[in-house]
Write a protein that binds this ligand. Structure first.
Ligand code: FNR
Ligand code: LAC
Length: 385
């Protein structure tokens, strides 16, 4: 299959599967335990139907909106995801450039494989830095200071990863950072010569060992691999989140909020936005889908804080349903990661073209000319007659 033959995300997912060694594909495609939540994240959108208004005069439509105080050409954010140069040698550079071409927000993970400074210098489109609080407070301070100096538009604190979800596909494949040279891993590389040549010639298999964070105070350089394997700290609590919000001082988002009580806590500590998210089903399997949970969150804090619906988005209509349910935007990781893995920046732009076209077509068929016309009256739950 070629990129030009990809007409939806499942096509892009298959193209990624063809190109990636299975341990790398399974790291993207996989989730926690039985992967029930990952499946529900997308299926949740199918349990709600759209009720269009016709003959509404939709010759001119505007898909633009404001997200966290910045204009966005679509109500869509490319969520932060780790290790992108493991998926494709262009990595975060490709995603940043594609986001800029489409006028979208994108996120850079604490586990990114391109530096904060390089990304900031590369593009001017709104960007968030996603912080995983590390046990070494000097690392947290260093990253926040670097993001301030680099002019990042928002700090997004991920709060649903106090411990890692049980990723059984990764346990089975032996996917680790840095990649281990077990017999099965070597065989998986041999079956994907194009990816392996790229990775060998460009990254020399050293990628996750790049030193990308330096601890303030100790000056200790920490590689992505070490950060990935040492960051989680069960001591992380709301007081820490409030302190980080204070230290950052700018637009602040909490990613991974699922309960109304936590949404209210986010308002109390002065967060500007929350990403209602279960980490793409990669953390607590059995967790409710963000789209299913959205109404409860909107009832609790709608109008007090921006609400972003993160996860499971695979169609333009999913974005429209999230907005009609009260979200200010939708976001996702796999919605662009399969495309990145399959074809770098060209792939991400292809995925964003598919989504943009589906959002535009969906708005026209819904009879709306601007995204803020989408509301609950246009939705019907399948359960309710
Ligand atoms: C992620 N996600 C993630 N989230 C985060 O806060 N920091 C991170 O480093 C990562 N890394 C990461 C890697 C990969 C391979 C995936 C698939 C996901 C979660 C991501 O931001 C987002 O919440 C989910 O991807 C949303 O679900 P969908 O859109 O992938 O269904
Ligand atoms: C993951 C972590 C890195 O989901 O957020 O793999």
């Amino acid at each position: 299959m070629r990129l030009s033959g990809c007409h939806n995300f499942e096509d892009l997912r298959q193209l990624a599967r063809q190109r990636l060694p299975w341990p790398v594909f399974d790291y993207i495609d996989g989730a926690a335990d039985d992967e029930a939540t990952k499946a529900r994240n997308t299926a949740a959108f199918d349990d709600v139907d759209l009720v269009p208004n016709v003959l509404a005069g939709v010759a001119q439509i505007d898909t633009g909106c404001t997200i966290m105080g910045r204009h966005s050409a679509l109500p869509l954010i490319l969520s932060p995801t780790a290790l992108q140069r493991v998926f494709h040698w262009q990595g975060e550079r490709a995603v940043a450039r594609a986001a800029e071409r489409f006028g979208l927000w994108f996120g850079i993970s604490s586990l990114a494989t391109v530096s904060i400074e390089e990304i900031a210098a590369l593009v001017s489109t709104p960007k968030m830095f996603q912080l995983y609080v590390h046990k070494d407070a000097g690392l947290n301070t260093s990253m926040i200071d670097r993001c301030k100096a680099a002019g990042f538009d928002a700090l997004t604190l991920t709060v649903d990863t106090i411990v890692s979800g049980k990723r059984e596909r990764c346990q089975r494949s032996g996917f680790t950072t840095p990649p281990r040279f077990t017999p099965s891993a070597i065989w998986s590389y041999a079956t994907r010569p194009r990816w392996t040549l790229d990775y060998l010639l460009r990254e020399k298999f050293r990628l996750p060992n790049l030193d990308t964070h330096v601890s303030e105070g100790t000056g200790r350089a920490v590689s992505i691999a070490e950060y990935f394997n040492t960051m989680l700290d069960t001591a992380m609590d709301w007081d820490t989140a409030a302190r980080i919000r204070q230290d950052w001082g700018g637009t602040f988002c909490l990613k991974g909020v699922m309960s109304a009580a936590d949404a209210r806590r986010a308002v109390e500590i002065g967060a500007d936005a929350i990403m209602v998210s279960n980490h793409g089903g990669r953390q607590l399997d059995g967790s409710r889908a963000p789209f299913d949970q959205l109404a409860e969150i909107v009832d609790a804090v709608g109008g007090e804080i921006e609400i972003i619906c993160d996860g499971g988005v695979r169609r333009g209509t999913h974005v429209l349903k999230a907005l009609a349910s009260g979200a200010s935007a939708a976001s996702g990781g796999r919605l662009y990661l399969y495309a990145l893995a399959a074809a770098g920046q060209q792939g991400v732009e292809h995925a964003l073209t598919l989504l943009r076209d589906e959002i535009e077509r969906g708005m026209r068929l819904m009879g709306v000319t601007h995204v803020d016309q989408l509301d609950q009256a246009m939705l019907r739950s399948r359960q309710r007659r």
